[in-house]
Design a protein around this ligand. Structure first.
Ligand code: UD1
Ligand code: CA
Length: 456
């Protein structure tokens, strides 16, 4: 069974008060449309058709890597008119699934239940009962409980407005039937739009049964029309992510104060996460890892038994087993720490490898460097990697000891077990095992006197 998924995404979204098309707004750093697309991709043998419209070029450009057909709806004349634009791409035997580009949290399970209701004699409609149905199309059923039609809010009688079962807009049906009905839609209604919902009455008249199914939660079918609804869905999504983490054995000190804007490649046992931690991109975290408060981890690999203290930023980095990071440390892209490395407060590491057991505990910048094992880097050490035009590497070999406040002017190599005296500016390679320092001699002037204030 080939499923053609039509994602309606041509609406303008005026109530967002944004220069950006609505479907490009994000939940968990992924656009609304991307969420819908990703969910639809969970269906086997599925082809995606995206109906875009006003300002939609930007949507198409931004999401150009999606495996989808882009179909323009030049004028937004209604949901039925939107679907009509895809007519030539639908085969009679296809099963057509209609999704909305601004309804991001629909679950695969709800789609499955909808598709299960599609046959030559029946179609699937996703409905939900709302305490306050205002604004939605109402599901009109007959005495025997069979769906007869959908009436839009603006066309509904007072009696019909009391109905609390509403149309989510999400439905599935056979391609041949859809095509025969959408081509006959008319716009003689309150909004002078071509309503997709009118196909329900046509189906009933043609003897096709309307089989309804329902989402597990209302949040699944909520659309985004304004920033308040966007933030609501962000919180709903994050609550779901936190639940998943806890189900996988992660301790969250406060599930309401952790955000996952990506996914986990792997999660070890006994990970503990303090408050205000943000995960982005694809992360991999080992066993027995503690993550301190206010920390951001992006596209990184964290080994077993790692301690990340509060207020760290770890971005595209690798932290080896048994290492201790922070508080207030920043690991930038291509920082690769081996096992048992200590990185302390106000230390920034970029494009550098640090071998086993080395320590950089205070106030340092290590960039474009190769640091050996058991190296001790004193407070305030800076690798001067940039001459304003090019970048150069600093190599510090195993067992070296770099005194505090040292500048290493790259390219430069500090030899094995070398010691650098505090306050040095190292411009040439330093030999193994020796003390190297660049420091003017300390002098004291015996006869010196402090100046005194002149009388006016
Ligand atoms: C629609 C349904 C209503 C349902 C509600 C659920 C119709 C006539 N009504 O109403 O029964 O309760 O959704 O949210 O279908 N779109 C286009 N092109 C258009 C018009 C709309 O692509 O010309 C897209 C929008 O971008 C949006 C979706 O279709 O993603 C729904 O459009 P919207 O205007 O929000 O429909 P409603 O009036 O809310
Ligand atoms: Ca809507």
């Amino acid at each position: 069974m080939t499923v053609k998924t039509i994602i309606l995404a041509a609406g303008q979204g005026t109530r967002m008060r944004s220069a950006m098309p609505k479907v490009l707004h994000k939940v968990a750093k992924r656009s609304l449309l991307q969420h819908v697309y990703d969910t639809s991709k969970l269906i086997d043998d599925n082809e995606v058709l995206i109906i875009y419209g006003h300002g939609g070029e930007l949507v198409k450009q931004t999401l150009s890597e999606l495996d989808a057909q882009w179909i323009e709806q030049k004028q937004q004349l209604g949901t039925g008119h939107a679907v009509l634009q895809a007519e030539s791409m639908i085969e009679n035997e296809d099963t057509v699934l209609i999704l909305y580009g601004d309804v991001p949290l629909l679950a695969k399970q709800s789609i499955d239940s909808l598709l299960a209701n599609v046959s030559a004699q029946s179609m699937g409609l996703l409905t939900v009962v709302l305490e306050n149905p205002t604004g939605y199309g109402r599901i009109v059923r007959d005495e025997s409980g069979q769906v007869r039609k959908i009436v839009e809010q603006k066309d509904a009688s007072d009696q019909q407005q009391l109905i609390t079962e509403v149309n989510t807009g999400i439905l599935a049906l056979k391609g041949g039937q859809l095509k025969s009905w959408v081509s006959r839609l008319e716009n003689n209604n309150a909004q002078q739009e071509f309503y997709l919902t009118d196909v329900i009455e046509m189906a009933v008249n043609d003897g096709i049964a309307i089989k309804t199914s329902h989402p597990e939660t209302v949040d699944e079918v909520l659309g985004v029309n304004n920033r308040k609804q966007l933030s609501h869905l962000e919180r709903v999504y994050q609550a779901g992510q936190a639940d998943k983490l806890m189900e996988q054995g992660v301790t969250l000190l406060d599930p309401a104060r952790v955000d996952c804007r990506g996914s986990f490649v792997s999660l070890g046992q006994d990970i503990s996460v303090d408050i205000n931690v943000i995960f982005e991109g694809k992360n991999s975290i080992g066993n027995n890892v503690n993550i301190g408060a206010n920390t951001m981890i992006n596209n990184s690999v964290i080994g077993d038994n790692v301690e990340i203290l509060a207020n760290c930023v770890i971005d595209n980095a690798v932290v080896g087993a048994g290492s201790r990071i922070g508080p207030f440390a920043r690991l930038r892209p291509l920082a690769e720490l081996a096992e048992q490395v200590h990185v302390g407060n106000f230390v920034e590491i970029k494009k550098a490898t640090v071998a086993k057991g080395s320590k950089i505990n205070h106030l340092s910048y290590i960039g474009d460097a190769t640091i050996g094992s058991q190296v001790n880097i004193g407070a305030g050490t800076i690798t001067c990697n940039y001459d304003g035009v090019n970048k150069f590497r600093t190599v510090i070999e195993d067992g070296a000891f770099i005194g505090s406040d040292t500048q290493l002017i790259a390219p430069v190599t500090v030899g094995k077990n070398a010691t650098i005296g505090a306050g040095s500016t190292i411009t040439k390679n330093t030999p193994d095992d020796q003390l190297t320092l660049t420091r003017s001699k300390q002098i004291s002037i015996q006869s010196w006197q402090r100046p005194v204030k002149k009388e006016q």
